[in-house]
Design a binder for this molecule. Structure first.
Ligand SMILES: C[S@@+](CC[C@H](N)C(=O)[O-])C[C@H]1O[C@@H](n2cnc3c(N)ncnc32)[C@H](O)[C@@H]1O
Length: 338
């Protein structure tokens, strides 16, 4: 497809300065092609260290297009990147594991290591989950955490593979707690910790968000109507200097529903109460249909109502490898200074 070749060349040219900067700062994980904004909706091409991960969400690429894109990128970066193609154009963005178009070479599917802000991250082109093990649009926020964690206690909520926790540990945090309910995600977080063994150890807590955060905030745990609650770890109420809240768009558990569109408040309120008096809460909303201005207003109002007015509120957009023509990237991040 000549159009894809042209769009990809333009995307690589647009990233020239950014890639120089990223390589200098010890980062080799970044987006090379953000299709929705760069001329091929539903196609993303990401570099994860030695691996090139191509994903399609609307329609598959054909083999020739895929191989031509791989060749162009390897030549441009002067790197023999190992190609993995995940077609996710079937229901619910699930990876088609039959690989009718291009099965990856075994070397591309090995456990590899990518780098961001000088830290090592586990990279796997295929694993039990659907998403890559590091969300690249959160890189700037992780960089902020690394710069502002010296001597702080840090709580990483919805930790996934613990990139935020790792950044805090690298920034000299005195204590880091990573919380997620998925054992598999936390176990990759533990691998990431082992890949950076020079850092102070982090703690990992496998728990439901609502069960854990409400205890930390000193709030009661509420069961859904007529439901018996599953067992959950008991925690003392306490606060952290830095709290990072990066929930998924939607998730339901026995303890509550994560719903970024209809109910950000029930996530935010206990997270604010768990943030120390002059601490920092970094909160995210990755739902494209939520406008930054509306969400920001909701967040500030919630803090005000809790008697915790925000002294400073900074917006942290993703870096230029996630271009957005309307200035409204799906991932919105606010850094709230209390
Ligand atoms: C969007 S990812 C978070 C990304 C992460 N903050 C990062 O830095 O890459 C969502 C995570 O939330 C976790 N999760 C979803 N619902 C949860 C709940 N009720 N309690 C705890 N973790 C939950 C999932 O297991 C997943 O790891």
């Amino acid at each position: 497809m000549p159009a894809l070749d042209q769009a990809l060349r333009a995307a690589l040219n647009n990233r020239h300065d950014l890639l120089v900067e990223l390589h200098q700062q010890g980062t080799d994980c970044y987006r090379l092609f953000h299709g929705s904004q760069e001329g091929a909706n539903g196609l993303t091409i990401d570099r994860y260290g030695p691996q090139l991960l191509v994903q399609t969400f609307h329609q598959p690429l054909n083999r020739n297009e895929l191989l031509a894109a791989h060749e162009l990128i390897c030549a441009h970066l002067n790197q023999p990147l190992r190609l993995v193609y995940n077609d996710r154009s079937q229901g619910n963005s699930r990876i088609d594991r039959n690989d009718p178009i291009y099965p990856a070479e075994p070397a591309a599917l090995e456990d590899l290591v990518g780098h961001e802000w000088g830290l090592n991250y586990r990279v796997r082109g295929r694993h039990a989950g659907q998403d890559p093990l590091l969300f690249l649009d959160l890189r700037n926020a992780r960089g902020w955490v690394k710069q502002h964690s010296t001597g702080k206690s840090v709580l990483n909520l919805f930790a996934y593979t613990c990139g935020v926790g790792l950044s805090a540990a690298a920034g000299g945090a005195r204590e880091v707690l990573n919380l997620d309910f998925a054992e598999g995600n936390l176990s990759v977080g533990k691998e990431n910790a082992e890949l950076n063994s020079q850092l102070a150890p982090m703690a990992f807590l496998q728990a439901d968000y609502f069960a854990a955060i409400r205890q930390l905030a000193g709030l009661p745990i509420v069961a859904r109507k007529r439901q018996n609650l599953p067992n959950y770890p008991r925690l003392q109420a306490r606060q952290f200097d830095v709290v990072f809240l990066d929930p998924p768009a939607w998730a339901k558990s026995a303890f509550g529903t994560v719903d970024l569109l209809r109910d950000y408040q029930s996530l935010l309120k206990p997270a604010i109460l768990t943030t120390a008096e002059s601490g920092v809460l970094i909160c995210c909303n990755n739902l494209a249909k939520v406008a930054l201005a509306d969400w920001r207003e909701q967040v500030l109002r919630c803090a005000e109502k809790l008697g915790r007015p925000v002294r400073d509120c900074q917006v942290m957009p993703p870096a230029a490898d996630f271009p957005s023509s309307d200035g409204q990237p799906p991932l919105k991040t606010l850094i709230l200074q209390f």
